[in-house]
Design a binder for this molecule. Structure first.
Ligand SMILES: [Zn+2]
Length: 353
């Protein structure tokens, strides 16, 4: 298994996030990737290298899944934040006002110039700190996803984009949930562009992959599947129900398995088996797995009960599809265990592949 590393991930360090009325330390930290990398060095699965992706090809891959105005916003947001007040250079950019869509309410077609308003136009939460290094780190991470997809197109059985910030909450024109660029979607689109007629995306993060679902919701060529905490009680709350089945040409090509807080391995694996069957049923020829490890029982912000030893079997189950596979690193906030859990799953995949 080839692992693509993001040499610039640590340039994105969120200091704070807003959580229920308080600014708290950000859960999404560089140490998450460092722990996975340390475990991959201890239990090697294959080559570790940085992607070789040119700037023009990267930007065209970003534009294939994200809106130009959103990418322009990300590129200038930090400079605009500091221009608003030089003292902002020492503070993470977080939105505090949003244009809620209500009939005869706030206009959605207005384009305020104040960065404080523009943050609220593009962010769906105040838990995703945008920092001086966010854009560069996110772009270098997207290059990992693109590099992983290309490696698989080139004949690798499997490639892992080990990067942060994560991506699966980022949509065509919005960010949130610690995510700016949707790495898994970028990989899926690159796979489509490179040959496979139908790509399946099986998101195993604790949280619903709302960004990914939104990007592909009206498409039949990328099947999007997600197992996650029930949005009635779990973040991101406003998407991820079982009745969201896709629309238009994509009708039937989105499936969600919302599971109650406290779910342990057996019912989680039952949902996984249904998702694996759905991948087989559509005849997918490549697989992308947004790999979140926040299903772990010790995760500080999640609520499932999976144990470290469970992840090897999950990896083996994913390998049973016998598809070229890209993994993208997503959530997992039990920092001390995230490396063990990630490598347990990837090793289980490798042994069964
Ligand atoms: Zn998550």
């Amino acid at each position: 298994m080839l692992t693509l590393l993001n040499p610039r991930h640590a340039e994105h360090i969120g200091r704070h996030e807003m959580f229920r009325g308080r600014l708290v330390d950000s859960h999404e930290s560089p140490a998450r990737v460092e722990h996975v990398l340390a475990e991959l060095r201890r239990r090697p699965l294959g080559e570790l290298r940085e992607p070789a992706v040119g700037d023009n090809e990267l930007m065209s891959a970003l534009r294939a899944v994200h809106e130009p105005r959103y990418l322009d916003f990300l590129a200038s947001a930090w400079d605009d934040w500091v221009a608003l007040d030089p003292a902002n250079a020492g503070i993470d950019a977080l939105p505090s006002v949003w244009p809620l869509p209500n009939r005869h309410g706030f206009r959605q077609d207005g384009w305020p110039q104040n960065i404080a308003a523009r943050l609220g136009q593009f962010a769906f939460d105040s838990g995703t700190p945008l920092t001086a290094g966010s854009w560069v780190a996110a772009r270098a991470g997207a290059a990992c996803a693109l590099g992983a997809a290309r490696a698989v197109l080139g004949g690798e059985r499997c490639a892992f984009a080990l990067t942060r910030p994560p991506g699966h909450h980022a949509g065509p024109g919005f960010y949130g949930g610690y995510c700016f660029l949707n790495n898994a979607a970028i990989a899926a689109q690159a796979l489509r562009d490179g040959g496979p007629a139908r790509v399946a995306m099986l998101d195993v993060d604790y949280h619903h992959g709302n960004g990914t679902q939104t990007i592909f919701y009206e498409r039949a060529d990328v099947l999007t599947l997600s197992l996650h905490g029930d949005p009635r009680t779990e973040y991101p709350f406003f998407l991820g129900h079982a009745d969201e089945r896709g629309a238009g040409a994509g009708e039937g090509f989105n499936r969600n398995w919302p599971l109650p807080r406290g779910t342990a391995l057996a019912p989680w694996r039952s949902a996984l088996d249904e998702a694996l069957q759905a991948v087989s049923d559509v005849g997918a020829t490549a697989l992308v797995v947004p790999l979140g490890l926040d299903t772990f029982e010790g995760d500080p912000i999640s609520g499932f009960q999976l144990r470290s030893a469970d992840y090897a079997g999950i990896g083996a189950a994913l390998a049973s599809l016998k598809l070229p596979t890209v993994f993208t690193f997503e959530g997992g906030y039990a920092v001390a265990e995230v490396g063990t859990n990630a490598v347990n799953l990837l090793e289980g995949f490798e042994r069964a592949a």
